[in-house]
Design a protein around this ligand. Sequence first.
Ligand SMILES: Nc1ncnc2c1ncn2[C@@H]1O[C@H](COP(=O)(O)OP(=O)(O)OP(=O)(O)O)[C@@H](O)[C@H]1O
Ligand code: SF4
Ligand SMILES: [Mg+2]
Length: 355
Amino acid sequence: MSEPTVPSGLSRRGELLLSVEDLQAYFDTDDGTVKAVDGVSFDIYRGEVFAVVGESGSGKSVTATTIMGLQPTIRIAGGSVHWKGRDLLAMSEEEHRRIRGGEIAMIFQDPLTALNPVHTVGRQIGEMARIHEGLNHKQAHERAIEMIELVGIPEPRKRADMYPHEFSGGMRQRAMIAMAITCKPDLLIADEPTTALDVTVQAQVLDVLLAIKDEIDSAIMLITHDLGVVAGLADRVMVMYAGRQAEIGTAAELFYQTRHPYTFGLLASLPRLDGGDDEELVPIDGSPPSLIHVPSGCAFHPRCRFAEVPGRCNEERPLLRTVTSDGHVTACHFAERLATVTVESIRTGRTEVGP
Ligand SMILES: Nc1ncnc2c1ncn2[C@@H]1O[C@H](COP(=O)(O)OP(=O)(O)OP(=O)(O)O)[C@@H](O)[C@H]1O
Ligand code: SF4
Ligand SMILES: [Mg+2]
């Protein structure tokens, strides 16, 4: 008998957890409407590390906090967010709260603002299990110690009784991770979890995250402005620009079969793996637009070296479309022309595009 066919690579990817479709999440301000998330679609599957990359202000955090129901002033102008098939945006606050922390947990950039200075670290970690699983104080304390040990903090029993200010930056971030994983969530959203840390500690914290993902069989949505962090870590990557998606694909596709000029720009601004002292990082010209006044057509056109302006690039918004494989999509009118472009040629300014 022949194998049954499975649509959209599901068999390779595991269980579909989160499905975001054409999400439009806006802030109405005195200055105008901030289109922080403007038509974003993606799926996250159990077991994968899904990275979200883009410059400051591209809508990464708002995408995550909207999913988490942590944006009280946001206006959902369109689209949907489904969690294991259930409509997250239509849920009551009570239902959403049960999922938040229990099934989806978030790790924030700055652990000092997220940890309460007046309670011990152990108590704060245990609190999650008390709320979501109804453990008593003693059980919660034991769970906290177990979690502290799991994130690699030495002497967990002693550490549980200490306060956040007694921890180093790296240890605090590990404590945040311990808090987030206490209820063994299916999805861990980590928003710039290591930007405040030095490089060595960054690597350690990311290692802990990866090990835990396997331990609790979850997925990770890893938000970072640093495509370098993504390299050895992410299974799939979504590049965001001006509240929209530029490109989504496997890490290998994004790095080696790039089909969006903005992704190329991010890659060219990375230190080269083989770079010596004389290496030159090439930043992307210009700066990201205000999300109140997003450029017409393709939002990237004022900064894009491949733009046809006047023409399609400033007149027509490019829709996401499939390029090199089923899951590799890009929002560029001229994606096919980029097949012959290399990061090196972007660095040196000698780009030759295809027909
Ligand atoms: N509460 C708010 N009210 C109005 N605008 C907001 C609010 N929160 C965020 N924004 C705007 O939404 C846009 C997207 O912000 P977001 O924080 O998602 O960016 P980001 O990609 O996470 O950037 P960074 O890398 O700096 O964290 C920005 O223009 C920001 O100014
Ligand atoms: S659509 Fe045009 S402006 Fe936008 S990325 Fe592609 S070439 Fe550049
Ligand atoms: Mg952010």
